[in-house]
Write a protein that binds this ligand. Structure first.
Ligand code: BT5
Length: 234
């Protein structure tokens, strides 16, 4: 696979791997520079948050992007979700962004994002279920683009489009226009839905400029949540 990117920062150097333990782990070990991208066809130890597993069979998209360090990694997560949402939207599929890092279709997870801070860099790991088979273990809560549209996708074309969309959002971000990105995120997200995030239950009311989720509980109290697992209640 050789991408033909129309970008200036993202993908100025790309590592193409047939198989790797995890693209994020690979990124941690190399000499880092803003814009380096790692793409793998399969991961043998794909990672989710909190050491959870990310199933990574052939047919899926597994990408890590190295960016310069940002004070607020959560903003990078939101920005990445917007880039993925827009990419999938171009294929005619409208998804929902679930705080903080999931892209859902009909409440099933189509993509997960894992941002990690390492030295002076942020490693953005993106996993998208494209043509890969969804195993029995996660079938109830996961789906793929192939399952949704009933046809196979060109991984190269998808990866190219994802990285180009990513750069567009990243350039906006660097240009101090995070608010524009956040506005889009809010429109496509789970806001106004009833949620449970760990012990907090209520309406997902807003997301602040640092990416914290603001939940209003039944008593009308406002809770700001930095990190956690968000469950949609209705
Ligand atoms: C995530 O974690 O959603 C972040 C996933 C990031 C994966 C990318 S792939 C490229 C880069 N390299 C890596 O090693 N990782 C990144 P979390 O929110 O913790 O969700 C993990 C949970 O999602 C698991 O516990 C399963 O329940 C479910 N899951 C596992 N594999 C999945 C898949 N392929 N599709 C949908 N759901 C999955």
């Amino acid at each position: 696979m050789q991408l033909n990117l129309k970008t200036s920062i993202i993908g100025k150097k790309i590592f193409y791997l047939k198989k790797v333990n995890s693209t994020n782990e690979f990124a941690k070990k190399i000499e880092k520079e803003e814009g380096i991208v790692i793409i793998a066809e399969k991961q043998t130890k794909g990672k989710g948050r909190l050491n959870r597993k990310w199933e990574s069979n052939f047919g899926g998209v597994y990408i890590s992007i190295i960016l310069n360090k940002e004070k607020n990694v959560q903003r990078i997560t939101l920005m990445s979700a917007v880039a993925v949402e827009k990419t999938i939207r171009n294929y005619g599929v409208k998804t929902l962004i679930k705080w903080p890092n999931d892209i859902l279709f009909n409440e099933k997870k189509l993509c997960g994002i894992l941002c990690e801070l390492v030295d002076d860099f942020v490693i953005v790991g993106i996993g998208v279920n494209l043509n890969n088979k969804i195993s029995e273990g996660i079938r109830e809560k996961a789906t793929s683009l192939k399952e949704i549209l009933g046809k196979k996708f060109d991984i190269k074309e998808f990866s190219q489009s994802l990285l180009e969309n990513f750069e567009k959002e990243y350039l906006k971000f660097k240009d101090g226009k995070f608010n524009e990105i956040l506005q889009y995120w809010k429109e496509k997200s789970i806001l106004r839905r009833k949620v449970k995030v760990d012990e907090v239950e209520g309406i997902a009311y807003d997301v602040d400029e640092d990416g914290k989720l603001i939940v209003k509980n039944e008593k009308g109290e406002i809770k700001k949540i930095i990190a956690g697992d968000c469950i949609l209640l209705n």
